[in-house]
Ligand binder design. Structure first.
Ligand SMILES: C[S@@+](CC[C@H](N)C(=O)[O-])C[C@H]1O[C@@H](n2cnc3c(N)ncnc32)[C@H](O)[C@@H]1O
Length: 236
């Protein structure tokens, strides 16, 4: 295990003074935003350490700048909209959503230790809390049925491949059972070019923009449900 000083001098040697200073500034900003919200969600944990397979992405909290951009896009219907975070980790996006007037909030994650951390964070969240009806569910997204009143779905690159396909199918089935306006926020690494929701007639992309966190760029893609029974029933 490298000491803090060793890691810092290694980073200085690899990235130079300017990039290292920018990295430290970004980390301080993330810590500051956690502090303001009253939570502790920083740090990454590998999926293998959490017992996940290759399609499960590591735990890494969504960067606050990206989260601001995503949440700014929403026009939350107070007391109506229900927020669901797939792969909620330590609960950063869920805690942020609690400061908005959602009717209900659900976070789901396969890792029990992350769900425990999310619950701890939600107990400590600083006011103003505008939604207190929050559930953290420990479950694999492959077997979790999204509630039929979920109207805002948030995904910060939680999984890929067959898991993502299975989850998309579960969302489609929910829309077919209960047609409704649903907004889906999907943040994923910019270098991944393909649109994971392309060709699905039950959802259409309304916005795509790059959002920048230190060194990496994520794509923020926003989709809206197509409220048309034929589209929702068109199994893929
Ligand atoms: C990149 S992190 C996102 C964390 C959180 N949404 C945030 O924005 O701060 C991805 C999360 O997805 C979870 N995850 C990965 N595969 C999963 C699966 N099959 N079912 C449920 N959660 C999963 C991981 O445990 C991890 O916490």
């Amino acid at each position: 295990m490298l000491s803090l000083l060793e890691r810092l001098s290694r980073r200085l040697a690899d990235d130079g003074v300017g990039a290292t200073a920018e990295h430290l500034r970004m980390r301080a900003h993330e810590r500051y935003r956690d502090w303001r919200l009253g939570v502790d969600t920083c740090g990454a944990i590998s999926s293998s350490a959490l017992g996940g397979d290759a399609s499960c992405v590591d735990y890494e909290p969504v960067n606050y700048k990206c989260l601001d951009a995503a949440m700014d896009y929403l026009d939350v219907r107070a007391g109506e909209d229900v927020f669901l975070d797939y792969g909620c980790g330590k609960g950063r996006a869920v805690a942020y959503a609690a400061t908005m007037p959602f009717r209900r909030i659900i976070g789901v994650d396969r890792a029990p230790e992350l769900c425990a951390a999310a619950k701890d964070n939600l107990r400590r969240i600083k006011p103003p809390v505008r939604c207190a009806d929050i559930d953290i569910v420990t479950a694999d997204a492959r077997v979790f049925d999204p509630p039929d009143d979920a109207t805002v779905i948030f995904m910060f690159n939680p999984f890929t491949g067959q898991i993502l396909a299975d989850v998309q199918e579960k969302i489609r089935q929910s829309l077919a059972r209960a047609p409704r306006k649903m907004t889906l926020i999907y943040l994923y690494p910019h270098q991944r070019q393909e649109d994971a929701f392309a060709g699905r007639p039950w959802i259409r992309k309304t916005c795509e923009l790059p959002t920048r966190s230190w060194r990496s760029i994520s794509t923020l893609a926003i989709y809206e449900s197509v409220n048309d029974a034929a589209a929702a029933n068109a199994a893929e």
